[in-house]
Design a protein around this ligand. Sequence first.
Ligand code: DWN
Length: 402
Amino acid sequence: MLTRTDCRCCRGERLVEVFSLGEQPYANAYLTEHQIKEPEPKCPLVLMECQDCGQVQLSHVVDPETLYSNYAFMTSSSQGMKSHFSEMMQRSVTQYVPANGLVVEIGSNDGTALASLSGKNVRCLGVDPAENLATVAGQRGVPTLVAFFGQDVANEIVNSHHGPADLIVACNVLAHVDDLDEFCQGVNVLLSNEGALIVEVPYLQCLIDRAEFDTIYHEHLSYFAVRPLVALFERNGLHVQHIERHEVHGGTLRLTVRRHAYEPRNVAEWLANESVPPDWSAFRANVEALRMNLIDWLTKMRDAGKVVWGYGAPAKGTVLLNYCGITTDLLPVVVDSTSTKIGKHVPGTHQPILAPCELLNWQPDAALVLAWNHAAEIRRKEADYVARGGWMVVPALNRNKE
Ligand code: DWN
């Protein structure tokens, strides 16, 4: 277990602890029947804030091989995310990729985003360390380099794919990277002169405003605001040209990054509107209120003889259940549509994970939507459960800005 004592974005050394979830299991380390009887690895989950650039990052770094070589999360598990990435890919390819140009996705997961380009006159390549997901991507016709991205991988791609990439996409991956400079230098090797890097990351402002503490887990080493991201890219000779905000995953920034400081740029407005430093005491109070309200509601439901299941076994669900101490006596079961999760157990609290069809078979009184960022899609899918009187509850009311 490594600890990080300097800021990933500006390399400053003035890091201050601002929030701690204590020792937590790895959020995506779903357990077999046998493994729940064994001791589980845990690691401190502590947020540090850089007093120089505002970067927020974890104090501890879990070995990425442990977290990513066999990965449970699949992008294709959500129709909403498939549509989101398809729109992003179509728009970006039209804007930056010439005929037969090269599109490289870093953190390509199961190939969902690149598969949306099938039929387009472009060459695609995924880069992802998860061997199991590269196989799924291959079945979708998406070639994937099983590796962690950096300068060596960038050089290998340039040499083997006849030149640089016109478009590099990195969605929900930058927050997972320990050495951000190595990542940026890899982009400098791979990106064509007029090309673009499109980055999507969860937005720190949304985490703070909506008390989204369950999005804090060991995979997410960084919790980005605009200011530290701009500092990072500028330090590596890259320039943020445009910033958009999207509501997926609880609030996300989409940045367009170029080799040159093209105009127009809307960065100045974003920097002016970013409230710094975040109000951590209000955040801590909001998290505690959410935790107490949730435990109180689940306890009342159980004492009234009502049954509540979890809906979705997302990484954030593992954090919420463990940090709030919600074990099987309050929430006996979780359902999830992901084949790699069904039949396993939630890390730490050990709820069995069943297929969503079991919701209708057992008709629990309520479903706590642990995958609250997909609540609308889930409610549409489970209309029959609701029609029969089932109650779908999101952990905190102000989280779904759809
Ligand atoms: O950064 C990350 C984000 C992008 O994805 C990764 N480090 C890990 C992962 O986080 P997550 O697990 O919290 O992601 P989701 O997309 O919130 O997970 C949703 C879960 O809910 C999946 O396991 C699939 C499941 N699900 C379902 O059972 N039925 C989802 C939908 C939409 C459904 O209808």
